[in-house]
Each structure stands twice: as structure tokens, then as C-alpha cells.
Design a protein around this ligand. Sequence first.
Ligand SMILES: [Zn+2]
Length: 384
Amino acid sequence: MIARRAILIELPRDKCDVEYIKRLMALTNLAYRDYEIWVSDLPRTIQHQLYHSFVNYMDSLVFGTDPKRWFARTWVPLTTLRIFSDGSRRGDKGAPVVLDFRNNVIRLRQVCKNEPRYVVELSMPEWVIERVKEGGDIKFAMIGLRDNEPYLALVAERVVEPYQPSNYMLVIDVNAWNHGIAWGLIKDGIIIKWKPEIPNLREVDNLYNLSVELSRKYGKLKRLGLDKTEEGKRLRKKIRKLRKRLYTKLRDYAQKLVHRLVRKALRHKAHVIIDNMIEESRKELLEKKIPSGLRKLYLMYTRRFVKLLITQLGWYGVPYEFKRLPSTVCPVCQHKLTQEDGRVMVCTNCGFKAPRDMVPMYWAMKLSEAMKSNLNIKDSFTSE
Ligand SMILES: [Zn+2]
């Protein structure tokens, strides 16, 4: 099985010609649609990348698998040359992206500006060194614009076989961000650890509210035709900064949590079960009357968390599967559960009682027991 991970690196704007990158992206877009167009004033080596070097990679990340969010269809695919510390080389000699592990730099040749022998040098990200240490190789890169800023995306590839799971099971119940993620570590049918993980929402809400407030102010200025004034510009800069802080906060939280959960799974050689309850969470968020902008943000980062989680589980060969684990149906008798104060769920039929976020853990146990004894219990709650 080939596992892939990717990283996005911001390129120095002053060393990049955004218009040139835009043109390359437009050509790439055409290449995706099977048009082969050679433009006389663009370097042939780069155009060659689009029509020849990638023909053999039709099933690869670039043309095949689900594009990552920031791999909009028009990102320009590039081959790489890897020069290792022992001097050995791998890849295309004329590749526009050179990963030089002897000097720990990345050199971009003619992809940032349309000038002969134009090179931009970046320091080698720690991420690349770690992926290579783990047995990964970076065969592909991409260049493109996001919010009109130039970026380089590197894609690490590795062949990995999922391990044989032990008697541990790690259950991850994904809610919308406001209820966070609940995880449970189960060994031989006993929940040995259970924890709901919730980000510091007050801080997130505050940042969000402040950015909305300032955006309103900015809107007012704009209507008065004053958005280009010193005050207007200052305000816009401030809003941008606030949003960036908000996104960084949510992203860092998701990344750290994924890292911890993956480590946990690896440590116990656990089988991972994920309940990805996005739809239900969306409804729950709607009922809570959370402002729509914040709701979108919560859902976006919840999705991103799941994507990041499965990418890393795949990379480290952790076996995982998605399972629907209800939190409103009794795992003992399948009667409907009643919610009491403090998100405690109670079964009026058999007396089962547990915190709402813990109910999925019981379901995971029940389902794995059922799987062992070959009972198909799944059908009993699909019509719920
Ligand atoms: Zn019950």
C-alpha cells in the first residue's frame, strides 16, 4: 500500500513572479483537460513537466486520488531530484525541484520566475527530513497560489503494510468542534481510558467575534468610500491578522490532537475505529444557534481533523475503519436513550447510563464482539 503525506511551504513573495505562476497554473488546468499547448515564451523544461513527465503518473496523487483541499486542480505538478547526504541521487536530473540533503536546501529552478537559470533556494523543512527518516521519498512537488500567495507543496510517498492489531482498540468519536473529539482505549472489552478533548472555545469565540465586529466596521468604511484611507487599511490588516490567528489556533489544535492519537495507537498497536458523525454534528450546531460563520469554521476544522487523522494513520500503517457508533441508542438493549442534564444518557428500558460521549465506546465494543461471533448487528440500527 502506498501512503502519502503532504506539506505546504510559503514561498518568498519578493522572489516570485505571481503572474508567471498564474500562467503556469492556467496551462496546467488545460493539461488536466487533455489539451497540449506549447507556449513559446515559457521554458520548455517546465512545459515538458505537464505533458510528458506526468503521463506515467496518471494514477498518482497528481491526477488520480482525491485532491487535497489546497491541491486545487490547477496546481503545477513538478518532478524532483533528490541528492542524498552520501552523494547518491534519485529522480530526474533536470527536475525543476531539487532536494539537496547535503546542504539541507531546496532549490527551485525556473518555477518562480520566467528567467533563464533563475533559482530560489529554501532551507530544508524539518518535516521533509522526518519523512525521509521514516522511509519516505519525495518524488513530487507542486507549485501554486493560495489567496494569491505563492506556495510549494511537497508530497512524501512511502510503501507501508498495516500492522496486525493487538487486543487494544482505539475508538475516536468525532463531533463538531464545540463538543470536540472523544476517544477511548479499550482492551479486551474493558474501557481503560476515556477522554473528551475540547479546544479552548472561549478564546476561539472571542477571536471570531472580534473579527466579525471589525469586519462590520470595515464594511461601514467601505460604504462611505473610506476603505482606502489609512484607517481603512489598518483595519483590514488587523482583520487579516485576527483571522490568521484564529485559523492557526484551530489548525494547531487539530494537528496536536492527531499526533497524540496516532502515537497512542502505535504504542498499543491498536485497531482504530472512527465515527465520523459530521451530519449529525451539523444538525446539533444548527440547533445551538451558533453564528453561521463560526459553524462553518467548526465543521471545516472537524473535517480537516479527520483527513489529517486518516492520512497519518495510513502513513504509519495503523489499521483503521469507519463505523457508525450511535450515541442516542442503548448499546445493551437498543432502546432509544434519553438525555439528562450534563449530557448524560439514560436507558429507561434496561437502566444503562453513561456520559453521551462514552456511549460510542460501548457500541464499538459491542460491534467488535459481534464481529467476532459473526453476528450482523449492524442492520439493527441502520434504520434509526
Ligand atoms: Zn437499554
